[in-house]
Ligand binder design. Structure first.
Ligand code: SAM
Length: 264
């Protein structure tokens, strides 16, 4: 796994909130770690969501690892973010160079809109021979359908994931090409999204979920009912499902006239 450096590095997805969704492998790695590297967003305060998930599964007293909180500010400013990623990667690299077994934890899955992607890039500059192991976690992309109970896709259906904060301009094209569109990071744009879907005649296809798999989970089947105020952990599942049931031998919904999808 790690031929040219003394220590080891694991990027571990810890799932979407319910600590029982941590994998057995994640739990074992956390128990065996020398260092747990934990992202947090508020300087000086260890308020990491990933850490709450971890300690919900493995009580803090049972973890022997040193905790290393890594500060990632909530901003889109590259002049702030890039140095923060660099500093975090350097801290991790220092531990690995000292022979430590380091576990970087991240909410959901490391490959899905996670800071891990940036850390990995920075590490490839700092320690080009390091080969981190990436351990998948339950991602919000599958946690949301588990709560709406609307399948992401069956048979010949297609689904896609887009960040609502950036991807709205392509929505008119996506609703024609895909059966399910998962709008991640949707919290800030619910009013705009609601208006757009109303214009497209697709409002009834949308379900909003915040804090999926957590005690404070909320589900709204009508976006017009979503309370004002931004919830960071929120997502919209847009289920058009024009090709639903094709493998049953039934005609696609689109051909039966049950779904009218048009670009506005
Ligand atoms: C920075 S991304 C992290 C995604 C994460 N790595 C994953 O695999 O799900 C954060 C966004 O993921 C979505 N998200 C993550 N966990 C969620 C949850 N439990 N409920 C609803 N949305 C969630 C929200 O849209 C949130 O704005």
């Amino acid at each position: 796994m790690n031929n040219n450096s003394a220590g080891e590095l694991f990027a571990v997805g810890v799932g979407t909130g319910d600590s029982e969704l941590l994998t057995l492998k994640a739990v074992r790695l956390l128990q065996q770690a020398d260092v747990i590297a934990i992202p947090e967003k508020t300087l000086g305060k260890a308020d990491s969501f990933a850490w709450q998930i971890v300690t919900g599964a493995v009580p803090e007293k049972d973890l022997t690892a040193e905790c290393c909180f890594l500060h990632f500010p909530m901003t889109r400013d590259a002049s702030v973010n890039v140095p923060a990623w660099r500093r975090a990667a350097q801290k991790i690299a220092n531990f690995v160079a000292a022979g430590k077994r380091v576990v970087f934890v991240t909410e959901g899955d490391p490959s899905v809109f996670s800071t891990w992607a940036y850390i990995q890039e920075e590490l490839s500059d700092i320690m080009p021979h390091l080969e981190p192991e990436i351990v998948p976690g339950i991602t919000s992309i599958t946690a949301i359908p588990s709560q709406t109970k609307i399948p992401l896709a069956d048979g010949q259906e297609r689904f896609c994931v887009v960040p609502a904060t950036y991807g709205m301009e392509c929505l008119t094209r996506l609703v024609v090409e895909f059966d399910t569109i998962m709008l991640i990071k949707a919290g800030r744009v619910i009013p705009e999204l609601t208006a757009m879907l109303e214009d497209m005649g697709l409002l009834e296809c949308a379900t909003y979920v915040s804090h999926a798999t957590m005690d404070k989970q909320e589900i709204y089947h009508d976006l017009r009912d979503v309370p004002a105020g931004h919830r960071y952990f929120s997502m919209v599942q847009l289920s058009i499902r024009s090709r639903r049931g094709i493998l049953r031998g039934s005609l696609p919904n689109r051909e039966r006239g049950l779904v009218k999808v048009s670009a506005v």
